[in-house]
Design a protein around this ligand. Structure first.
Ligand code: PLP
Length: 434
């Protein structure tokens, strides 16, 4: 008797016999990163950084110089921020307002923050998002229907990719920042929408968080002269950092009017949680009634709203915080390039130090950096990036000093020397459970 025939018969007798338990994957297939969990959990993944958020924190009981937090402006422990977070929590608790914005979660403070954010990024209106990620998914979901076409950058953040995955219509991807390819995809999308009667949504990022390079917003906006599309920009890493007033990467390029929908998060320069979307009054009103992750989820708690108002006030009042991030970033980037390191095409504070080596060398080198030089930063290797490449990503903040920069660049010169001389080929540094 053949196997399919046998299973069919068994199923007829008792369907439970052959139905696979969906929990099986939790032990047999932990996914692209999870498959390495045994050797990396608690050290490379899910590490515990302890102490006050800043350039010096404890990891496994030992002080480290930390370059991996998006506390760009140093607001996480700003005394005024800590004070207002505490006062708002004491006054309102974490529950208020209860319910979703649409039902029972509206407040004057939510509206005030939206007005102030809109003014900051020079848009007519803004709407709060209780998480940036889910917010972005729902912005995309709400803005397109099956007649529309999405055209997006290939290195878009997971939240954009997830939003695109919900789309029932066509989506075209263009290789990262490749403007010729974007033009071709716009030609295809235009032809298609002439048949479907839909429109085109182009999606990119302001600052790409891994590489630090910028979405070519000026060139994309210029394409509006030839093509009819709307532009959505995820500026998670740009808000508060880029542009003459910190209003974002579109301000940096002088194309704020050409960006139709602007997205920012509170999880980076704001050092908090939540986010916002900004556009015309009509579009924001439409989104408020159509973003499913916001309609069917609880409103941002009051301490986060009042806390974001304070953070925004500090951003506007203290351009020197932003200037300091740039001072540190420029010193760091100059330090690396003058010592022959490649830092890719970054034009933002995000600094990727690109080296060549296999996964074993990457682990040994990063371990040496963390344990012996006491520098804590994020390491990206295969399978996130191509085999043979190692990227150590450094995030400068206003709290770092030029001495931190000098020390770090010196240490990198030493580990690079070790890497080039083959010292990391053996497993001597990798006992993470010691
Ligand atoms: C480019 C980008 N978009 C969106 C998000 C998600 O934002 P949030 O952390 O507020 O959910 C992130 C966070 O890592 C990001 O880097």
């Amino acid at each position: 008797m053949s196997f399919p025939y046998l299973t069919l018969c068994l199923q007829f007798v008792n369907p439970k016999i052959i139905t696979v338990d969906i929990f099986n994957k939790a032990t047999t297939n932990l996914g692209p990163i999870g498959q390495y969990a045994k050797s990396i959990h608690g050290y490379w993944t899910f590490p515990k950084l302890e102490g006050e958020i800043g350039p010096r924190m404890k990891f496994r009981g030992k002080e480290k110089l930390v370059w991996s937090l998006n506390n760009y402006l140093g607001l996480a422990n700003h005394p005024e921020v800590r004070q207002i977070d505490m006062e708002a929590t004491a006054k309102y608790g974490l529950a208020y307002p209860m319910g979703a914005r649409m039902m029972s979660g509206q407040s004057d403070y939510h509206e005030q923050l939206e007005r102030e954010l809109a003014a900051f990024v020079k848009k007519e209106a803004a709407y709060l998002l209780n998480f940036g990620y889910q917010g972005m998914v729902s912005i995309i979901d709400a803005m397109v229907d099956r007649h529309d076409v999405i055209v997006y950058d290939s290195e878009s953040h997971a939240c954009i990719v997830d939003g695109v995955r919900l789309h029932f219509g066509k989506r075209f991807v263009f290789p990262h920042n490749d403007m010729e390819s974007l033009r071709k995809q716009l030609e295809r999308a235009t032809k298609l929408t002439q048949q479907t009667g839909g429109g085109i949504l182009v999606i990119t990022e302001g600052v790409f968080g891994m590489s630090g390079d910028l979405g070519k917003l000026d060139q994309i906006v210029a394409l509006k002269k030839e093509f009819n599309f709307r532009l959505l920009v995820d500026d998670a890493h740009g808000i508060g950092i880029m542009g003459p007033t910190g209003a974002g990467t579109d301000e940096h390029f002088g194309v704020q009017d050409g960006v139709d929908i602007y997205f920012g998060t509170f999880a980076k320069a704001f050092s908090s949680i939540g986010g916002f979307v900004a556009a015309t009054k009509e579009v924001i009103f439409y989104l408020a009634y159509n973003m499913r992750s916001q309609i069917f989820a609880k409103s941002l708690p009051m301490p986060l709203v009042i806390g974001a108002l304070k953070r925004l006030e500090l951003m506007r009042k203290h351009p020197e915080y932003r200037e300091k991030v740039w001072t540190i970033a420029h010193a760091l980037q100059k330090g690396f390039t003058s010592r022959g390191f490649s830092i890719g095409n970054t034009e933002s504070p995000v600094t990727p130090v690109v080296m060549n080596g296999d996964p074993m060398e990457a682990a040994n080198m990063a371990h040496d950096l963390r344990e012996n030089f006491n520098i804590f930063c994020s390491v990206v290797g295969y399978p996130v990036i191509p085999k043979g490449m190692i990227i150590i990503r450094i995030i400068p903040t206003a709290m770092h000093t030029l001495e931190d920069v000098e020390y770090t660049v010196e240490c990198f010169a030493k580990i690079k020397h070790n890497l080039d001389s083959g010292k990391y080929k053996s497993g001597q540094f990798v006992n993470i459970h010691q």
